[in-house]
Ligand binder design. Structure first.
Ligand SMILES: Nc1ncnc2c1ncn2[C@@H]1O[C@H](COP(=O)(O)OP(=O)(O)OP(=O)(O)O)[C@@H](O)[C@H]1O
Length: 640
């Protein structure tokens, strides 16, 4: 074979390849992605050149990968446009190698990793091969086949070769330490990882391995729900089906396609990792692109495919890139639009999946003002109100509020406010713990008040945020205070000592509890089932306690300062009053058995109220249990 040329590649670094190999010490596998991408490019170039009449059309484009175990070679062939000797000199010796220098230059100055080492190009073959041969025949008429060979030093040789069909073979003579790439299973995995959605068949030893179809490149009109769900199942196997998806498609001011899915969140969502897969022209780049979408969308899954995300820069540079930021904004906007659409068109389904959507939406609203505006009317709250009746014809009504689901009834803040009346038109009643605040909640419900249920972990931050945003509204937790509608007006005659029964009860409880931090109030609560006593936590008091707990990184618990509301109408309290009055009438002093029993009962009533709000520590429970039995024993003896 005649030697066409031997020469030195003009590069500044004397021997670039060992440096590349060292710099890109991990992820050598990307060489396959780079070489297959070059083949795909060559195939589409040939198609375009054929359309312009510049070369023969050829058969369907194919990338064929062959393994030769004996020769320890891996060959990547395409039937694309090929290269003439001149083109090899220009594109391989100059373009490829000058971008190698570029890459190294960038790599040196950036401390953090370049995403997926993207754009390494042809010379990435030297990460795994000690010698690379390229045999190419240009599809242009009259071209002759050439063989280029290089061992990683700047020296190359170029000679005539045998190749009858246009296209290029890249033959990699694998280094001893890179022989993993001779294993078909390894190559197969690499093809499905990086080249699965490429529009050209990628074959391994004659068998097509990749999927080829990239649904996100299609129009949403041509995709069924099943198509979306199947892609999700394929990308995230055994993760359950997605709740909702958003098809992204824009070509201005940047080119971007993709499909994002809201996963069904079980347990804690991962706000750190990021599971959206990044592609560039259907070639897989990375499965964690924290830098491209806003943080609150990180638990979303799916694909973003854009050639306009700069990938040969460091991650930190990506984060501050203006275009990337605007892509993040675009994605958030599209997600917001899709949520709006679902809320408008299918309020029932929206409410059904609300619990899974809530973390994204609430965190998004708190972190991103634009997003907050978009979703302002889409935030749902569990409510104690009855659901609105759907229209008779059974069709799903738009704007239905409150909406019932299997588990809960939901409303929006606007819906709730629409139902508020008169003096309380600006008061938002909410409950953060249905069990712990059951007594107070029942009282409000008994009087027909609607209460919002804000009981998820995130609500402890979300409610204060909401309050700050709605300065015109008053947010009041159900157990903060009871307004006049919940108790009877007080009208009572004082006894001979000038004390009414309220004062007497107050004195009794004060003596029994002997704790200045507990404020005792006596009221006649309305409603049949109202409890004997309730613990109330005035807003200011509770907030201070919550804040202190937050600063000390502990659970808030029951603050030492709290209110004990005694319900004078309750038979137990009425009996208590009689018991203590008896003690006075018979002239007993504070140590009389009746007085002692009255105080023990008062303490017991207090502890039961405390127990109901989860305010008894585990170590107090044993004492409580003991006192309960003692008290019942005493009462039993009195009754017998
Ligand atoms: N299989 C091939 N068939 C035809 N031309 C090729 C082939 N592989 C490489 N080339 C030519 O060599 C040039 C350099 O390739 P290289 O992979 O280094 O960079 P690139 O593809 O231009 O950019 P990138 O850095 O994104 O990979 C290509 O632009 C192309 O003209």
């Amino acid at each position: 074979m005649t030697v066409l040329e031997q020469g030195q590649i003009q590069i500044h670094t004397e021997n670039i390849f060992p440096i590349i190999k060292k710099a890109v010490y991990s992820g050598h596998e990307v060489f396959l992605r780079e070489l297959v991408s070059n083949g795909v490019d060559a195939i589409s170039k040939r198609r375009m050149a054929a359309m312009a009449g510049d070369c023969s059309e050829g058969t369907e484009g194919i990338i064929a990968i062959r393994i030769d175990r004996e020769a320890k070679t891996l060959t990547i062939s395409d039937n694309g446009i090929g290269m003439t000797a001149d083109e090899v000199k220009r594109y391989i010796n100059q373009v490829a190698f000058s971008s190698a220098e570029d890459f190294l230059e960038k790599y040196k100055s950036e401390s953090d990793a370049i995403i997926g080492h993207f754009g390494l190009g042809f010379y990435s073959s030297f990460m795994v091969a000690s010698r690379v041969e390229l045999v190419s025949l240009s599809a242009r008429p009259g071209a002759e086949a050439v063989r280029w060979s290089c061992d990683g030093s700047p020296n190359f040789s170029l000679e005539g070769a045998e190749r009858t069909e246009p296209g290029t073979d890249v033959v990699l003579h694998l280094m001893e330490e890179e022989l993993e790439y001779i294993e078909p299973s390894r190559i197969r995995t690499l093809i499905t990882t990086y080249c699965d959605f490429l529009p050209v068949a990628v074959q391994l030893d004659g068998e097509t391995v990749n999927k080829r179809e990239a649904p996100w490149r299609k129009s949403p009109r041509d995709l069924s729900d099943d198509d979306y769900i199947n892609l999700y199942r394929y990308l995230y196997p055994f993760q359950g089906d997605p709740l909702l998806w958003v098809h992204l498609n824009t070509d201005y001011p940047y080119n971007l396609q993709g499909i994002l899915y809201f996963p069904r969140i079980t347990g804690r969502a991962d706000w750190e990792k990021g599971e959206i897969r990044l592609y560039c022209n259907q070639v897989f780049v990375s499965d964690s692109i924290k830098e491209v979408v806003p943080r609150y969308l990180l638990p979303l899954r799916g694909v973003i495919d854009s050639p306009d995300i700069p990938l040969n820069v460091s991650r930190s540079a990506l984060q501050t890139d203006r275009r990337v930021r605007s892509i993040g904004g675009f994605v958030a906007k599209k997600v917001g639009d899709r949520l709006k659409e679902l809320h408008r068109d299918e309020p029932g389904r929206y409410a059904e999946i609300w619990d899974s959507l809530a973390p994204f939406i609430k965190i998004g609203a708190m972190e991103d003002e634009k997003f907050a505006e978009q979703v302002a009317d889409l935030i749902l709250y569990g409510t104690t109100a009855a659901a609105a009746e759907p229209p008779e014809d059974g069709e799903e009504a738009t704007g239905l509020d409150p909406v019932a689901t299997d588990g809960r009834t939901y409303t929006t803040l606007a819906g709730y406010r629409g139902r508020l009346a008169g003096d309380n038109a600006d008061r938002i009643l909410y409950c953060t713990d249905e069990a712990g605040q059951a007594g107070a909640l029942a009282l409000w419900k008994g009087q027909g008040a609607e209460v919002l249920l804000a009981d998820t972990l995130i609500d402890s931050q979300f409610i204060p945020w909401l309050e700050a945003r709605h300065g015109d509204l008053r947010f009041q937790r159900v157990d903060a205070e009871l307004d006049a509608s919940l108790h009877e007006p007080e009208s009572e005659l004082a006894d001979a000592e000038g004390k009414d029964s309220g004062e007497k009860l107050r004195d009794l409880f004060k003596a029994a509890l002997d704790d200045d931090k507990i404020t005792i109030q006596v009221q006649s609560l309305k409603g049949e089932g109202s409890p004997a006593a309730l613990i109330l936590l005035p807003e200011q008091m509770r907030r201070l306690n919550d804040m202190g707990a937050l600063m000390e990184q502990r659970l808030p618990g029951l603050p030492d300062h709290h209110v004990l509301l005694v319900n004078r109408r309750h038979p137990l309290v009425e009996g208590l009053l009689k018991l203590s009055a008896g003690a006075v009438i018979t002239g007993s002093d504070t140590t009389s058995p009746s007085r002692q029993l009255a105080e023990d009962l008062s303490r017991h009533i207090y502890e039961v109220a405390r127990l109901a709000v989860g305010g008894l520590e585990p170590n107090q429970l044993a004492g409580f249990q003991q006192r309960s039995s003692d008290l019942m024993g005493q009462l039993m003896q009195r009754g017998l």
